[in-house]
Design a protein around this ligand. Sequence first.
Ligand SMILES: [Zn+2]
Ligand SMILES: [Zn+2]
Length: 82
Amino acid sequence: MEGEPDLETRAPVDLGPKCPNCGEPWLRPTNLPGRYRCVYCLHRFELTSVCPNCGEHSTIVRMSSTAILKCNHCGDSMLQPV
Ligand SMILES: [Zn+2]
Ligand SMILES: [Zn+2]
């Protein structure tokens, strides 16, 4: 991602996906499949199979990759607050 005004670029650690609630990159998978929790604001999110924005179905591939958290149709977040 470019154009991020975040000047405080820390060590190249994989910070993971950003929390839709607080914007901090502290979303972590829980032991429930498709569930994530932000360790920063402690909100919980569920990875939906249908995009809440455009209604597109998404094949949830459960990998450690973070790229699957977005709708590949419209790019909207597939995370819904639980
Ligand atoms: Zn958060
Ligand atoms: Zn979409």
